[in-house]
Design a protein. Structure first.
Ligand code: PXG
Length: 467
């Protein structure tokens, strides 16, 4: 697991030394990384990556859930280059705008569901989440209920890693480092049926998991709650797909208590689930929506918050100056690239194909080809995103002890054998670029099956699985 990369005669030795000496990586145990040396990713095309040692990898994670359109699109390079030549930067603070920022706001207003007609730009998903918190609290001040401050989110949710994003997210490991966290944030249980549903049917569990929201609202006091925030599918939490009925019930409860509903679409947005947004897949109409990643397919850092008429009009008509924004809000190069990305996603029918063809094929093949593997307890997913629970035994359902790091063992086999598949605890997740073909899905799943076999061998060698 901790094998050195073959650095002996590679030209990367110096790069690895510099990396170990000077580069602090995100979400990384630097000591462990530096013992082993970074893998240097060098180039990419379509769904494939190559490292500097010449190994080809299928990128089963679209980078970090973001390269929806795949690598190597010259159109996006050209859009950036044109914009950089014409106007590399101007801000949107001083009663100014740029054509790409305004056009992108207008396009997003068209694409987003319901009356999400107003767009605030930022640069990352975390900043979009900070913006959501500032917007909803400001909204209630302007609406004459400044005591409505509390945001409710879920355990095992991921909403970024700024102070606000970490506070709102429900990642226990993150909360253990560097608090105190933002006050006025509450968490409820996640809708993880396979892991936490016990003997309940999916329907009954959906009702019970949603009822936790109502219970929390009553505990906090309905008039103190500003908003509920949730990912349509929890991505970094391991691809937790809520059982049918959950989201409808969450929306009903929010409406009943007049609580703003926020969908964090940073992963689900831009085709991942077979519609433009996960909210459409789950039939909800949020009051606000955060988005990033697939907005530019990762070719530029950009994020946005779509704001519905109710909140936006209150702020526009009664809010005066909103004291929030970033130097690069609406960066013209990022907006130009995002516009071109959205144009291509639509013009090439990429999202329709995920909904009607490659998404269903991926889901069906996953179950058919991996479902019977001794390590796979359960597979859940929609479109081109899926999560698989690794289990010690299927019946009775027995999860691995978390300190075994079974997910990491599997991930390392994948990396060594030409596949990027991410581990979230003891769940393996896949979210390949949306341009993946049926043949490439077959190739991906063959590699995944092989790596699961290698993981089983490793676990047998450790005496954790029977021979
Ligand atoms: N919301 C959601 C739903 C996300 O998935 C963010 C907000 C924050 O976005 P930024 O751009 O600030 O990273 C995310 C990001 C992983 C992983 O390993 C997931 C994310 C980021 C980094 C790693 O699964 N999601």
């Amino acid at each position: 697991m901790d094998a050195q990369h073959n650095t002996a005669d590679s030209g990367d030795t110096e790069l690895r030394q510099q990396d170990a000496a000077h580069h602090l990586h995100p979400f990384t145990d630097s000591a462990a990384l530096n013992r082993r040396g970074s893998r240097v990713i060098d180039r990419a095309d379509g769904i494939y990556l190559w490292d500097t040692e010449g190994q080809q990898l299928i990128d089963g994670m679209s980078g970090l859930w973001c390269v929806n359109i795949g690598y190597g699109r010259q159109e996006l390079v050209d859009a950036a280059s044109r914009q950089m030549q014409q106007l590399p930067y101007y801000n949107t603070f001083f009663q100014t705008t740029t054509a790409p920022a305004t056009r992108l706001a207008s396009r997003l207003a068209e694409l987003t569901p319901g009356d999400l007609n107003h767009i605030f730009f930022a640069n990352s998903g975390s900043e979009a989440i900070d913006t959501v918190i500032r917007l909803v609290r400001r909204y209630w001040e302007v609406a004459g209920k400044p005591w409505r401050k509390v945001l409710i989110a879920r355990h095992n949710a991921y909403h970024g890693s700024t102070i606000a994003g970490t506070s709102l997210g429900g990642m226990a490991a993150m909360h253990k480092q560097g608090g105190p966290w933002l006050p006025g944030i509450e968490h409820i249980r996640q809708p993880y049926w396979y892991g936490e549903g016990g003997e309940l049917s999916a329907d009954a569990f959906a009702r019970e998991a949603a009822a936790a929201l109502e219970a929390k609202i009553l505990e906090v006091g309905p008039d103190n709650v500003a908003a509920f925030v949730g990912e349509p599918i929890q991505g970094a939490g391991g691809v937790i797909v809520p059982p049918p009925g959950y989201w409808a019930e969450i929306q009903r409860i929010c409406r009943q208590y007049d609580i703003l509903l926020v969908a964090d679409e940073v992963i689900c947005g831009f085709g991942r689930t077979g519609n433009w947004f996960g909210s459409q897949t789950f039939g909800i109409e949020p009051d606000l929506m955060s988005m990033a990643k697939g907005l530019s397919s990762g070719y530029q850092p950009i994020s946005a918050v779509a704001v519905g008429d109710r909140v936006a009009n209150a702020l526009i008509e009664g809010g005066g100056e909103f004291g929030h924004g970033f130097t690069y809000s609406g960066h013209p190069v990022a907006c130009a690239v995002a516009l071109e990305n959205l144009r291509l996603l639509e013009a090439e029918g990429i999202i329709d194909r995920v909904r009607d063809d490659t998404g269903p094929w991926f889901q069906q093949q996953l179950r058919e080809r991996l479902g019977d593997h001794p390590l796979i307890g359960h597979i859940e997913g929609v479109g081109l995103v899926a999560g698989m629970a690794l289990v010690q035994s299927k019946a009775p359902k027995t999860f691995f002890a978390s300190d075994l790091d079974v997910g990491t063992i599997c991930r390392d086999h994948c990396f060594a054998n030409g596949l990027v598949m991410r581990a979230c605890g003891n769940r393996m997740v896949l979210a390949p670029p949306l341009i993946i073909t049926r043949e490439q899905i077959d190739q991906l799943l063959s590699r995944a099956r092989h790596c699961l076999d290698l993981t089983l061998d490793s676990l047998r060698a450790l005496g954790v699985m029977p021979d």
